[in-house]
Structure formats: C-alpha cells, structure tokens
Design a protein around this ligand. Structure first.
Ligand code: CA
Length: 215
C-alpha cells in the first residue's frame, strides 16, 4: 500500500493512476493532520509526502513519522531550492522530488526504494565490535572515522544524509571540524570502496549538500 499525501486532487489522482497501473494499492490523504493517525493504523509500504499541505505541513509530519516508523518517505516539494534545506534538516526522508515531475520517474523511484528495502544488500558487512568492514567478501582497510562514516550511510542505503549530520557521527569526542573534513573522508572511503568495485560510485553526492550510499 502506497500512501499519497497530496492536496492537489488532479496530481493525487494522476499519481494514484500510475501506481495502480504498476500494481500498487494506494490511499490518498489531502489533510496533513490525518497522516500520522492513518500511518499508525495502516502501516503503508511507502509514503509520497507533499510539503505544503492544509492542516499540517509535510516537514512536521515527516518528523513525527520518524519518531515511530521507518517507512520510506519520498518528499515532494514545489521549489527545487527547498530540497537543499530539507536535506539539511535531516528529516529522514528517503528521496526528494520537485514539482513538476514526471510521474513515470516518480514510480521508478518508488520501485527502487521498495526493492532496496525488500532485499537488503548482503554485499556490505559491518562488524561493529571489531570495527571491520567487508564489501563483497573483501576486507576494507578503513580508519575509525571512515568506518563510522560508512556505518552512518549504510544505516539507510539510498537515504540522503546532510554533511552536517554525518559530521556529528564521525567524531565521538564531538570535536569541531568543517564540512570539508567530511568531503575528505568521503573521498578516501570512495577510493577504498572502488578498489573492490572498480568504476562504481557507491557513495554519491547529492545536490552538493549531502551523500548517499547506493549498494
Ligand atoms: Ca500542496
């Protein structure tokens, strides 16, 4: 079941039509206040969540959802500039799309997220106690900081993590470091991942504000 939270009736109907044509069941809600109670009762597989909603905005709804649910959320916004800000807020959304979008593309993203959720990758193994990471059965020679970076990204493959949020997870002593530090560690981590999977970009930059792990 896909929950469509959208207050533009035409767009909601279009999304529902495309998803149904692909074999998904859908339910549509137009009022932001109705989302959390419905999700608690019905546990949908994925939520398309519009940002601007009557009653309660999508930002607020998403924060609330994350207090009790790990359901995949695709946030839908009307302004492309907003995406950077939303990623920075670390709402825990899995993907972001900007209106107007191709519904076909949206359905493809829905499929991709559900596929990742249903078949968690066994290619990457993180041994928390020993701080050892393996990709495709090969040990990665990671520094403690790189291990924590990979662990943070791997906690939700495909989800976009803002640099600032990653920074918070890198150093246990909460020392002050800059965004560039994250970039440097990502660069090293990428190099080590690429030794195992040449030519693949497993850690992808998103809109220049964050990173996502794609396995
Ligand atoms: Ca709206």
């Amino acid at each position: 079941m896909i929950l469509i939270v959208e207050d533009e009736p035409k767009l909601a109907a279009l999304e529902a039509d495309y998803l149904k044509a692909e074999g998904f069941e859908t339910h549509t809600i137009a009022d932001g206040r109705e989302v959390v109670p419905w999700v608690r009762a019905q546990a949908p597989d994925l939520i398309l969540l519009d940002l601007m909603l009557p009653g309660r905005d999508g930002l607020d709804v998403c924060r609330d959802l994350r207090t009790f649910s790990d359901v995949p959320v695709i946030m839908v916004t009307a302004k492309v500039e907003e995406i950077d800000r939303l990623i920075g807020l670390d709402l825990g959304a899995d993907d972001y799309v900007c209106k107007p979008f191709s519904v076909r593309e949206l359905v493809a993203r829905v499929r991709a997220i559900l596929r990742r959720r249903r078949t968690p990758s066994t290619a990457l193994v993180l041994d928390e106690e020993r701080h050892v990471a393996e990709l495709d059965g090969r040990a990665l020679d990671l520094t403690p900081v790189e291990f924590r970076l990979l662990r943070a990204l791997a906690s939700a493959p495909g989800r976009v993590f803002a640099r600032e949020r990653l920074l918070e997870r890198l150093y246990e002593d909460h020392r002050v470091v800059t965004d560039r530090t994250v970039d440097a560690h990502v660069k090293n981590l990428r190099r080590k991942l690429e030794e195992v999977r040449p030519g693949e970009e497993l850690v992808r930059s998103i809109y220049g504000v964050g990173y996502t792990l794609e396995l």
